[in-house]
Design a protein around this ligand. Structure first.
Ligand SMILES: [Fe+2]
Length: 441
């Protein structure tokens, strides 16, 4: 490889990073091996493959994979490749394959667990080294597959920490998302939005806890929301969530930013038990939970007021409005975002309606808010392609973060701690040996 570990180490300083980490295709290639070849990466939610035969296509870094549910109800994650000529077994999307997956090229057929079932005109293979029962003649599964609360993750590496150890403090966000359902279960409902961004994947993670950009980048959308509210004489939910970005710096300074190992973290407002009963939708939600758990526990579940959680390499679950923005790197300057919206099983319908409204207003391709971000990400990508300087600053509140047994906490909600923490993890991954399996024959 043309980039040495010494060079990579020199790209990350305690308070800044070299712009090459965003623009260099060689670095992107290494990331696909050393980060996406090792880490646990979110594949999809179990509810996306409800019935035997169901499948969805997904991506782990630069690898096309399929998630299937087989006839035993088991979930499998397999590389999307026929062992005959290498054709993708299924095209992008989702569906029900019936009892087996059949290659569109020569009709080699596989069980939903990936085992080779049959090849046509078998007699032509006799007397050759073809061995139907040998794993080389079955679809290759990902080295490790595990799920937490129905969220399926896979790792291309046979070694490394288990899923919960890997998720660390970010697991509690997934747990809270499920706890918000009176049945303790969530499901992806409706389609999945996709947005292609002309910027590097890491910029999106950095922005998730970048409180300083909100009142600047989103000025056009929050000002429009304020004008409209004045005109209406009230501020309905749709305008309220757009208006939130216009809070002054003093508001953002009070938020708590938590940073965990592997680049994960979340942003949390003060715990607010009143969040449970603030408006009619929240009250109905609270009542449905209180019936199952009692009022105290219901208040505790809904009072946990986390904004974006970062699961580095996978994306960002949003617990309060039931979203998961999945971040799929495509190339050094292209990133695909998938927006999944979850229904809380057993919760009143209006709770899901509210989540859909949030998806549409804040995260969808037709949102008034997200294009603000996409525009600045693209500008960062293009600006970093110029000769106008080499370093990207992460100085804000550097050196003041507090170490706790549960992770690092910022002293101020405007701190660039999350970015520094993400790049500390990035450096650790990138200086590791990479993943042997993805390099196999
Ligand atoms: Fe933003």
């Amino acid at each position: 490889m043309s980039i040495s570990n010494e060079e990579i180490a020199g790209l990350v300083r305690p308070d800044s990073v070299h712009k090459r980490v965003y623009t260099d295709p060689e670095i992107f290639k290494l990331e696909m091996d050393r980060i996406y070849g090792q880490a646990w990466i979110y594949v999809g939610h179990e509810s996306q493959v409800k019935n035997p035969g169901d499948y969805i296509t997904s991506r782990i870094g630069d690898q096309d994979v399929i998630m299937t549910r087989d006839s035993d109800g088991k979930i499998n994650v397999l590389y999307n490749r026929c062992v005959h000529k290498g054709a993708q077994l299924v095209s992008q999307g989702s569906g029900n394959a019936g009892k087996f997956l059949r290659c569109p090229y020569h009709a080699w057929a596989y069980k939903l667990s990936g085992e080779l079932l049959a090849v046509p005109l078998r007699r032509g293979m006799e007397g050759t080294s073809f061995d139907k029962s040998h794993p080389d003649f079955s679809m290759r599964p990902l080295a490790r597959v595990d799920s937490f609360c129905g969220f399926v993750f896979a790792s291309q590496s046979p070694e490394g920490p288990d899923l919960l150890t890997f998720l660390d403090g970010a697991a509690s966000s997934i747990q809270n998302l499920c706890d918000r359902s009176p049945e303790g279960e969530v499901e992806v409902v409706g389609g999945v939005f996709q947005v292609m961004q002309e910027s590097n994947w890491k910029v999106f993670y950095e922005n998730l806890h970048d409180t300083m950009h909100a009142p600047i980048t989103h000025e056009s959308s929050f000002m429009a929301a304020r004008d409209e509210a004045e005109h209406l004489g009230e501020k309905p939910f749709e305008l309220l969530i757009m208006d939130g970005n216009g809070e002054p710096y003093e508001f953002w300074e009070k938020l708590e930013l938590r940073a965990y190992k592997n680049g994960h973290g979340y942003m949390e407002a003060i715990f607010d038990p009143a969040a449970a009963t603030r408006d009619p939708v929240s009250r109905a939600h609270f009542e449905s939970l209180a019936k199952v758990h009692g009022e105290e526990k219901a208040r505790e579940i809904l009072g946990m007021n986390r904004h974006n959680t970062v699961i580095y390499g996978s994306g960002s679950p949003h617990t309060v409005f039931q979203q998961f923005r999945v971040i799929r790197p495509i190339s050094a300057n292209r990133t695909l975002i998938e927006i999944q919206t979850f229904r809380l099983k057993g919760a009143p319908d209006e709770v899901f309606d509210r989540a859909l409204t949030y998806t549409n207003i804040i995260n969808s391709p037709s949102s008034n808010v997200m294009p603000d971000d996409i525009e600045v990400y693209r500008r960062c990508q293009d600006g970093n392609m110029t000769r106008g300087g080499d370093w990207v600053s992460q100085h804000r509140y550097a050196g003041t973060d507090k170490e706790t047994p549960e992770g690092t906490v910022s002293t101020n909600g405007t701190s660039e701690l999350p970015m520094r923490n993400q790049f500390a993890a990035w450096k650790q991954y990138m200086l590791s040996g990479g993943n042997a399996q993805s390099q196999e024959k």
